[in-house]
Each structure stands twice: as structure tokens, then as C-alpha cells.
Design a protein around this ligand. Structure first.
Ligand code: NCD
Ligand code: ZN
Length: 353
């Protein structure tokens, strides 16, 4: 159980159930931020080239382990990237490996490094059949890619056109609709069976689409799925703080170097790993729901993935601090979420329970 006073919370060390950490020098710059905040994380496979095979995922997991300052207490939960060619045999290998916790569906062209993604869901029906049988979850980037569809409608239309038929065809398949951004997605998840769940990011809980355009264009507030209007943000806060186990934490922290964001064609993704739990604490505090934070951050995701409860704890205190303007990112710099501005909660330290 978490304990909390108005000014301090102690909770089971949480899990980030949707995270991008890249590889090489970038990985070394970001992974320790996550390891400070989280005990485990579901690692996205959208590297270039993507992680499509078990052996590749195992090598990537080792690279992550090697990049940790201190490997005690952080576990990288690996995933594979689905392509049109992913075979049922790969699903068997994934299941037997013990390393692979899910497969990720990127509709081809939906987001960063998604070109090798699935061009038509029907191409992977045999593979999905095998996933349904083995019980390994399907993680979905839920946006249609049709350029004729308004970018703000892509999630809702994905639910109507792709997700609903998919669930009809695979009624037992475990599904995580990732980084939901709309009231439509919230209602859809609430009304679905228990094995169809969603992750919610800190940034979609904290800001709406005005943040992209306030007084000029703000590339650091551009991510996919793109921020939506305020009424959607409010629906997400309500879902996250409701105590419903179908909604749990996934930051979708997606680091890109400063120059790749501040560009004529800037990359999608916000870097929230540095201060993730501070950001979520603020959301739950604002909603008067700090007592619901531990389940959202540390329990519901682990239960869905069949993982044991973490033994470590973290402590957060209500004290204002200023987020750095920049952080090192390989040989470049990265601009963290809230750069140069204040956070009202601060992660103090980790300790064993
Ligand atoms: C992610 C990335 O950069 O890898 N970007 C993002 O805006 N969230 C990809 C993704 O999850 O869509
Ligand atoms: Zn992502």
C-alpha cells in the first residue's frame, strides 16, 4: 500500500509500460533516468532497423543492461515489432524465450520508424491467431495512416475501422491500446472486455493541443498521437484517476535530439523519462486522487502482464524544483518535458521495503 500525506507519497516502485530508449550513445544518456524512476519498462522495438526477432531483442536487452549505471533493480521487458512477414513461428519463439512480453503493431507510416510496420492487418491474421493462443499481448499504435483523414481524428477512426473488427475476429486476444488520447478511446476501453486495456502518458494528461501553438510553434510539444483538445484531456484524467485497472501508466517517453525536434520537419515525441513520476504525481494531486496513483503506476500494468509486484519503493515529496533546460544526449542535447519550468513534486530516493 502507498502511504501519503498531503506533502509526501511512498509507493511501490512503478513500471513504465511503454517506453522508447533508442540504442547506442542515446540509450546511455536516457536509460538511467528511467531506472531511477521505474523498476521495469516495456521497451519499444522501433529502432532502425526494427527489432523483429527474438535474438535481436535479447541482444538489445543486453545493450540496455550494459548501459545502466547500476543494473540492480531495473528490468527491460522486451517486445518485438510486427511486420507483414512476422510468422506464427516467431510468436512461438517469443513465448518460449521468456524475454518477450508483447508484440507491437505499428500501422506502416504511422510514426517514427514505422515504415516496416504492418501495411494491412489481414496480412498478419495467422500470426495474431498464434498470439491469441499463446496469450502474448498485442500492443497497438492506434492511428489510421490515411493522409485524407484529419490528424486529430486518426485514433477514433482507427478504433471504428480497425480495432472493432479486429476484436470481433480475435475475441480472446490480449490488447493494449497504447497512449490513448481521446474520450472515444476511454469509452471504448471501458466498454471492452477485461483483457483489452490502455496506457496513458503524462503529457496527454497534462497539456492539450493549445500547447503546440501557444504564442508560436512549440516543437517539443509535438508527439504522436498528437495532443487533442481540452475535453479529451479531461476524459483521460478521469480514466487514469478512476481506479479502473484497465488504465495504467505508459510514458511513451520518446527522446529525439534537440536539433531533430527544432527543425523545419521536427520529429514526433516528448522526453518525459527524466521527470515522469513527478509529472504523474502532479496530475493525480490536481485531481485530488493521490491515493489512486500507486495502482495506476505500480499495480495494474504488472497485473495485466502477469508480473510480480516490485520490491523496491520510491518516495515523492511536494517541493518545487526547476527542470533543466537541456540534458546531454549522446554527443547532442535533449530538451526534457517542462524544460526551464517548475515541477511541484520531486522524486526523492529509492529504498528497499
Ligand atoms: C515515438 C518515437 O519517437 O519513437 N514518437 C512519439 O511521438 N510517440 C513513436 C510513437 O510511439 O509513436
Ligand atoms: Zn511510443
Amino acid at each position: 500500500m502507498s502511504t501519503h500525506t498531503p506533502n509526501q507519497i511512498t509507493l511501490t516502485k512503478p513500471d513504465d509500460m511503454h517506453l522508447h530508449v533508442r540504442n547506442g550513445e542515446a540509450l546511455k544518456s536516457v536509460i538511467n533516468h528511467t531506472a531511477r524512476q521505474f523498476a521495469r519498462a516495456i521497451i519499444m522495438p522501433n529502432l532502425a532497423p526494427p527489432i523483429t526477432q527474438v535474438q535481436q531483442a535479447q541482444a538489445y536487452q543486453q545493450e540496455i543492461l550494459d548501459a545502466l549505471d547500476d543494473d540492480k533493480g531495473f528490468t527491460a521487458l522486451m517486445t518485438l515489432y510486427l511486420t507483414d512477414n512476422t510468422s506464427p513461428r516467431t510468436i512461438q519463439q517469443a513465448k518460449e524465450s521468456g524475454t518477450i512480453h508483447a508484440l507491437k503493431l505499428y500501422p506502416a507510416g504511422a510514426t517514427t520508424n514505422s515504415d516496416a510496420g504492418v501495411s494491412n492487418i489481414k496480412n498478419i491474421y495467422a500470426t495474431l491467431e498464434s498470439m491469441q493462443e499463446t496469450g502474448i499481448p498485442l500492443l497497438i499504435h492506434g492511428e489510421v495512416t490515411d493522409p485524407d483523414i484529419d490528424i486529430f481524428d486518426r485514433e477514433k477512426i482507427f478504433i471504428d475501422r480497425v480495432l472493432e473488427p479486429l476484436i470481433k475476429d480475435f475475441p480472446e486476444l490480449k490488447i493494449v491500446l497504447e497512449h490513448i488520447t481521446t474520450r472515444d478511446a476511454v469509452s471504448f476501453i471501458q466498454e471492452s472486455p477485461a483483457h483489452i486495456v490502455a496506457t496513458i502518458t503524462a503529457h496527454h494528461l497534462l497539456i492539450n493541443r493549445n500547447a503546440i501553438f501557444r504564442g508560436g510553434i512549440h516543437p517539443h510539444h509535438y508527439c504522436l498521437p498528437v495532443l487533442k483538445r481540452e475535453s479529451h484531456r479531461k476524459a483521460l484524467v478521469k480514466a487514469a484517476t478512476s481506479g479502473n485497472p484497465k488504465f495504467f501508466l505508459g510514458t511513451d517517453s520518446a527522446p529525439h535530439a534537440q536539433h531533430a525536434k527544432e527543425s523545419a520537419c521536427g520529429c514526433a515525441g516528448m522526453y518525459t523519462a527524466f521527470n515522469a513520476m513527478e509529472l504523474y504525481s502532479e496530475v493525480f494531486d490536481n485531481a485530488g486522487a493521490l491515493d489512486k496513483l500507486e495502482d495506476f503506476a505500480s499495480t495494474f500494468g504488472a497485473t495485466f502482464y502477469g508480473l510480480p509486484k516490485n520490491q523496491q519503493q520510491i518516495r515523492l515529496s511536494k517541493q518545487t524544483w526547476t527542470v533543466p533546460e537541456y540534458l546531454p544526449y549522446g554527443s547532442n542535447m535533449i530538451v526534457p518535458f517542462r524544460a526551464g519550468q517548475n515541477c511541484r513534486w520531486q522524486l526523492l530516493h529509492n529504498h528497499d521495503s
